[in-house]
Write a new protein. Structure first.
Length: 577
């Protein structure tokens, strides 16, 4: 027994029996395996412990060995340390000490510090922890991997929060620690660091990513707090935490994104970088003061979903061939149009990934950079510092580029610079917020680009929207009513049945799972370009395209309805004509 302090753990300075004997007695290994491990240990010159040898020979896992070691020393064995550790207590010891010795402080009760260690036999380490912390120490055992994972979660480097291991099912009883509205700043900061708040915020991030959500909304109302996720473009309510937690949750998110928790009167914007299941995910945080407190929206930028093959975006075979021809042009301006959330960035990332090569210098200016593309030089605007799209684009032209991607043409200066770049032999991709593809051409004229320059540089315009796909797990056929049949038949060949989702647990009862693009592609011919150069109106351009059998967004959408990919209601929801 260790006599240096009182402890409720019957720690033994020596194990009750040798490790090998204990493992055989517990039926974890055979006597033959033990003998083989001992012989292997002899060959290695005793440089490794028996437990390490058994793990190396794949006879046992690290956890199995440590459970028996802990039992031999009378020490409890624990798992899920990140869930039970108090974030404030973790910081009781220097970071360097924790990482060097693989030690994790769990909680502090009446000046007794409970610590998880991976070497319960190391008496000197226990004494060192007591000396460093100044507290009486009692130990529990946990695997080295478990401790390291928890340390990454609570002591992130470079403001990267590892959230894999610190989420769990939300239980209102778990948050009873916070009973009243917190108003004092010091109290608010202290409560925001408590384990229930940390766990809930990480649970929200984790579950949102697992659900494939693009945004998290925390919305306070009159003594009511709701959390909604935007999945497949639609919001749905997922959780109602106790209203009293609102200030602490908002403050926790602000702390993670380096925002001012004392400022609640004006909007704030920030970023959070997290690691989830070994991959980086960026979060964009926006707070807005409201009648019942600050509303917080967290945009999820998941690189895993940002780059999709062109073949999987939803193009018809003919349109995909024409689109690939356009993006293979040596110079000119190529535009992608649609409202916010219509998938423009995903399409452009897919294009850049396809045409990227060692022979070309691909450079982008974005706001923000939503995904990292290996081999592409990506730059993010900073308007507060005066680094806007126009300034960045001018700078990029001095970087010897071949292909440029400008996140958005917002003003005359950016449009003019992009046009000049196309005239001087560059291929320029960009986006515009217009309702359809023809509108993009006249928008360039309206912002001040001469019609003849637009006609000389435009290579193609892709208009797009996103519609929800029918859930494959509850998909069923049905006979549509007369109105739906007539609306769909206007665009596609005759049909007998259409398809819909009945609603199941996998799609949360919505009947939809995932989204697919619907497109219209403006491929300008000589007559169209002549009309543009002569200053034709938007209506005149549309009439010309329709006379040539141009396929609109709605027509492409109805074909996907006919093919059983989506529903007519979805197409009507996102298109005008």
């Amino acid at each position: 027994m260790i006599q240096s302090h009182e402890s409720n753990i019957n720690y033994q300075a020596t194990p009750s029996k040798p490790l090998g004997e204990a493992l055989v007695d517990n039926g974890l290994i055979t006597a033959e395996q033990l003998q083989e491990a001992l012989e292997y240990q002899q060959q290695k010159g005793h440089k490794k412990l028996l437990g390490e040898i058994l793990v190396e020979l794949n006879f046992l896992s690290e956890q199995q060995v440590l459970e028996v070691v802990a039992d031999g020393y009378g020490v409890p064995f624990v798992t899920h340390t990140a869930r039970i550790a108090d974030p404030r207590v973790v910081e009781q010891l220097p970071r360097e000490f924790l990482e060097e010795h693989r030690v994790l402080p769990l909680f502090l009760v009446r000046d007794v510090l409970t610590v998880a260690v991976s070497e319960p036999a190391n008496l000197f380490l226990i004494e060192e922890v007591e000396r460093e912390s100044g507290f009486t120490v009692q130990i529990v055992a946990a695997t080295g991997q478990e401790i390291e994972s928890s340390l990454r979660a609570y002591l992130p480097s470079a403001n990267v929060f590892v959230i894999d291991d610190i989420y769990e099912d939300v239980d209102d009883a778990d948050f009873s620690i916070i009973e009243n509205q917190v108003t004092e700043l010091a109290d608010l900061e202290e409560v925001a660091g408590r384990s229930p708040v940390v766990k809930l915020v990480n649970y929200l991030i984790y579950s949102a990513v697992q659900e494939g959500a693009s945004d998290i909304h925390l919305e306070p109302d009159d003594h009511h707090l709701r959390v909604r996720y935007r999945v497949d473009g639609r919001l749905y309510e997922t959780l109602n935490p106790p209203y009293q937690m609102h200030a602490a949750l908002t403050s926790r998110i602000k702390i993670m994104s380096n925002l001012d928790i004392s400022e609640r009167r004006i909007p704030q914007d920030g970023d959070i970088h997290v690691m989830l299941e070994g991959r980086p995910i960026d979060l964009r945080v926006s707070t807005m003061p409201g009648k019942f407190g600050e509303k917080t929206v967290v945009r999820i930028i998941d690189n895993r979903n940002a780059i999709v093959s062109l073949d999987k975006l939803g193009f018809s075979q003919d349109m995909l061939k024409n689109w690939k021809d356009i993006i293979s042009q040596p110079n000119g301006v190529v535009l992608v149009t649609g409202p916010t959330g219509s998938g423009k960035s995903t399409t452009l990332y897919s294009v850049l990934s396809m045409i990227n090569s060692e022979q070309h210098n691909l450079s982008t200016v974005e706001d923000p950079v939503e995904a990292n593309i290996p081999g592409v030089n990506q730059s993010q605007v900073n308007e507060r510092a005066g680094y806007d799209f126009a300034t960045a684009l001018r700078a990029l032209l001095r970087q010897d580029p071949d292909i440029l991607m400008v996140g958005e043409i917002r003003d005359a200066e950016t449009a003019s610079t992009a046009t000049q770049a196309a005239l001087t032999g560059h291929l320029v991709f960009s986006t515009l917020h217009t309702n359809d593809a023809p509108s993009a051409v006249t928008r360039l004229v309206n912002v001040g680009i001469e019609p003849y320059l637009v006609a000389a540089t435009i290579r193609g315009v892709l208009g797009q929207r996103l519609v929800r796909k029918i859930c494959p797990h509850c998909k069923e056929s049905y006979e549509p009513d007369a109105i739906t049949s007539e609306a769909v038949a206007e665009y596609v060949e005759p049909f007998d049945v259409l398809y819909r989702g009945k609603g199941c647990a996998r799609c949360r009862g919505t009947g939809f799972a995932g989204r697919i693009g619907i497109f219209e592609l403006l491929l300008p011919d000589e007559k169209f370009l002549t009309a543009v150069a002569e200053g034709a109106s938007l209506q005149e351009l549309r009439e010309y395209l329709k006379s040539g059998g141009w396929s609109t967004l709605r027509a492409d959408g109805m074909q996907k309805v006919r093919d059983g990919l989506t529903t007519a209601e979805e197409v009507f929801y996102v298109t005008v004509t």
